[in-house]
Design a protein. Structure first.
Length: 131
């Protein structure tokens, strides 16, 4: 099947899935069961502010939602790794480019906020050292 032949997910569905991923775990499970392709769907809030369900869970400290999404094929990113305390992943990103500590995630939220949302003090300290 070519890219042109693939059907797009309904915009309303993607919007709701990303929105509920900020804290509605039961609805996330229900929606993902109905439509597994939502796991990596991305919503543009405007102004090039793209967010996935995993991104939503990461900046709000929703560990249970993030882990559920990851177990269903969501793609790990730096912001989620920081929130979940995945020190090896965070260190690998930083070793490749120390300036990554200044990169912003969805809604312009800094990396350090994601680490704080997850209660990851060791990662918060690492980021602060490089800022």
């Amino acid at each position: 099947m070519s890219l042109e032949e693939k059907e797009r997910l309904p915009e309303e569905m993607v919007f709701e899935f990303v929105k509920v991923s900020h804290g509605g775990f039961e609805r996330v499970k229900e929606m993902l069961e109905q439509e597994p392709a939502l796991v990596n769907a991305c919503w543009n809030w405007g102004g090039d502010d793209w967010e996935t369900a995993l991104g939503a869970a990461a900046h709000t400290g929703q560990k249970e939602i993030a882990e559920y999404l990851l177990s269903h094929g969501a793609r790990m990113d730096l912001f989620c790794a920081a929130m979940l305390g995945k020190m090896d992943i965070v260190k690998a990103y930083i070793a490749d480019d120390p300036a990554v500590v200044h990169v912003k995630g969805p809604h312009g939220i800094p990396l350090i906020v994601h680490a704080k949302a997850g209660g990851q003090e060791e990662i918060v300290s690492l980021i602060q050292e490089l800022m």
